[in-house]
Design a protein around this ligand. Structure first.
Ligand code: ADE
Length: 234
């Protein structure tokens, strides 16, 4: 047990998928894993461990935003020995070529600040995804004929962003999408020598104002979960 995770030692697999929403962790575990067992529910942050094609995997909610993800990822890596952590979540599209329901494989995650900013100070550390996970995810997306993009994303610390010029500059510099967790996950992976990737589904669009209807979300999110699982175990 740690401060925020009630799992017993050994209850957490070396490979952990991290959706922001704890109920999506429950849905993904019940949909994709064999014999899913609830291993954490402290503060309602549900986590399940089960098997996918004979491989042990945990699906653990991360909560919204980098401070929340940082708590769970720190404890999963440092106390439970997680070695591969893949964020599965939604993002806002920031390029015309990026459409609603597309998948973004985040090669790097830019940010203004993260929970690690105190370490880096004025240095702009550019945390990358793990190359093998990224390569495997690309292969999985190709096989599934998913509409996917590989490139940079931006991890914001605000959802209701009052800085329109910032988003314009992100778009001008090729940022594919905005979400709120990946940069800190990549920082922690670099710090502790573990593998990380963010596989994201475009749920809304900053240029067009479109948003994914809630009834469509499950199917689109399912593709993302399977790409993440393929990437981890290829
Ligand atoms: N996650 C999904 N859509 C988002 C957006 N527009 N901004 C930040 N995070 C998001």
């Amino acid at each position: 047990m740690t401060v925020h995770i009630g799992a017993a030692p050994g209850d957490i697999a070396e490979t952990v998928l991290l959706p922001g929403d704890p109920y999506r962790a429950k849905w993904a575990a019940e949909t994709f894993l064999e014999n899913p067992q609830l291993v954490n529910e402290v503060r309602g942050m549900l986590a399940y461990t089960g098997e996918w094609k004979g491989n042990r995997v945990t699906i653990h909610g991360s909560g919204m935003g980098m401070p929340s993800l940082s708590i769970y990822a720190n404890e999963l890596i440092r106390d439970y020995n997680a070695k591969t952590l893949i964020r599965i979540g939604s993002c806002g599209g920031m390029q015309d070529k990026v459409k609603i329901r597309d998948i973004i494989l985040a090669m790097t995650a830019s940010s203004i600040s993260t929970p690690s900013s105190g370490i880096f100070k004025e240095f702009n550390f550019a945390p990358p995804a793990d190359w093998t996970l990224l390569k495997n995810a690309v292969a999985a997306a190709e096989t599934r004929k998913s509409n996917y993009h590989v490139g940079s994303i931006y991890s914001s610390d605000v959802f209701y962003d009052e800085r329109p010029d910032l988003n314009k500059e992100m778009t001008r510099h090729g940022i594919l999408g905005v979400e709120m967790e990946a940069a800190e996950l990549y920082n922690l992976a670099a710090r502790y020598g573990v593998r990380a990737l963010a596989v994201l589904t475009v749920s809304d669009h900053l240029l067009t104002g479109e948003a994914l209807p809630s009834e469509d979300r499950e199917k689109s999110f399912g593709d993302m979960v399977e790409i993440a699982l393929e990437a981890a175990f290829t």
